[in-house]
Structure formats: C-alpha cells, structure tokens
Design a protein around this ligand. Sequence first.
Ligand SMILES: [Fe+2]
Length: 346
Amino acid sequence: MFLRNAWYVAAWSDEIGAELQQVKVLGEKICMFRTQGGEVIALEDACPHRKLPLSKGRIKGDTVECGYHGLTFDCAGQCVWAPGGGRIPSAAQVRPYPVHEKYGLIWIWMGNAAIADIEEIIDIPNFDSPDWGINRGAAMELQCNYLLMCDNLLDPTHVAWVHQSSFAAPATKDTPLRVSKTDEGIIVHRWMMDHEPAPFYKKVIEFDGNCDRLQHYEVRYPAHALIRAVFTPAGTGGPDGPLDDRTFVMDSYNFMTPTTESETRYYWFQLRNLRPDDAELSEMMSEDVRVAFEEDRAVLDEVQIGMDEKVSPHIDLSIDAGPLRFRRQLQAMIAEEAMLDKKMQS
Ligand SMILES: [Fe+2]
C-alpha cells in the first residue's frame, strides 16, 4: 500500500526525451515521452486492446501508436484512431498522469488527478540561488522497500558504522537524538559539540580545528528527505549558537520512489552554501556521496532480505523512535486515503 495522492519523482528531466520510455512508479507501468514542444507526457503503459505496453509502439507527431494494431492515443490518453473502421469504442483510452518538471526532476501525481496541485511539490528555497552550489548523481536502484531508506534518513546514528570514511565522527555513536513531528513529516536532530570534523566535511569546510555539528534528518510524506548538515567552528554552534561567517551548510535532498513494494529508485542532490561555481568541488562531493550512498544500498538490500527471511523476531531501539513515528503516521494517512476512496466509490 502506498500514499497515492502525492507527488513522486518519476525520472531526472534528462532521462526523458522524444522516444517512448517505460518507468515504474508504485508498481504501475507508465509510458513517458516528450512532445515536439518539449512537454513531458505520462500515460498508462498498456493499450486497452490487448495490453501491449504503449512504450513498445511508436511516436507519431504528438501521438502514440500501439505496436500491435496501431491504436493511436493523444497526450490526454484518448484513442484518436483504431483499425477496423467504424466508431472508436468509448473505452479506448488510457489513463493520463499529471506530471510537472521542477528542480531538474519530473514529478508525477499517482492519485486523483482532480486534486493534483503543483504547489504541493516540495519547496527547495536555495535551488536557484547563485550563492549555493549543487552536486548530483545518477538515480540509484535499491533492492528494498522505500521505507527502509526512509528509516535510514531518519537515523543519524547509522553513519557511525556505515559511513566510517565519510560522515562518521566519535560523537555520532551516542549523542542523544531529538525527535519532533511537523505537519509534513518527522525530524530527528542533534548537535554534537567540539569535535574533529568527519572526513567528508573536513575536505570542504573553510575553517581549521574542531567543529560544532548539526545533524538534521527530516523525512516528509510520502518519502522525501532533507538532510541538513551544519558545521561551524567549535563554540559557535548549538541551538542558540551565534554561528559564524565560516559556517558550512549542506542540504541533501533525497527522493525515494517506490517502483514496486520491494524496489526503490533513489534520487538525490546536495546544495551547499560555499564555492557555488567550483565544478571540481561539486564533482568530488558527488563522487563521495555516491560512494557513501552505495554503502547504504549494500546494507539496506541485505536488511530487506534479512527482514523477509527472519526466523526470530527483530527488536527496536530508542534510536528507532523517529523512523517508527514516521511509519505510523504514513500508515494512518494511507488508511485514511483508502477509506475516503471507498466512500467516494460507494
Ligand atoms: Fe547513510
């Protein structure tokens, strides 16, 4: 079960061109392409005649021709031509999905199209700011349920064991976490004071000596994470800290798209508040982040197998409070959505 009335990332913008392509979101096959004018179109990827995926057919102008019998569909999913002469059956249509391009990503609305609102796509305040640099990498395919990655991104503690060469520092092991709930999701955060910066950040920050560090891990429904890292010279951080001109902020955005119950496509990029035009720095950060996220992938793929095949019960710890709260609330939202759908159908 997934939350359906929500925007998910279907692809990076540059992954969808003029040719027909199948993407999978929430277990549904979707045929995507760009019109001659560059607009992205998303249609149910199954001809209503014999269910051949439309993505196996051809583009004709701004229409899609089924590769089996030539049924032709416009951008709204309406059949505009069918073989055999006579009237086109009224059921000859495929479902169109609302899509919108923003932040170099193609967002798709999987629920009731009548209530799709592009204003609900996550707000990323510094995305277009000339003062902020960006680095990104290719989408990653995870062989696990998307909620395992949501757990991971509400879990600042795992860096101490999974990311020892990048994000870990002694304080990441046992500094207590604070969990809070917002209207949009869950935040788990902590300040770690006066310690040596973790290896990944040491290469980037512009001050020497020890740091105060914030780990802000936030996941919003259905599966969008903002991981904010703040590094400031020791003595200037903390919840009421004065901060400092040299304070480094990195906002890591992470979008988990369930392709099926057991597979996830993972999109990410980072924004930083220094050296925005430093291409070499961007490249280094992308590569280091990719290596770190591969470490997560290796663990989570195995966790999925471990949880699927367990022969004894698993346990929860106090560090799981944030992830468990997120799962509970998301589950309640999914149940409420299903109940409303049922009501509308009856
Ligand atoms: Fe991680």
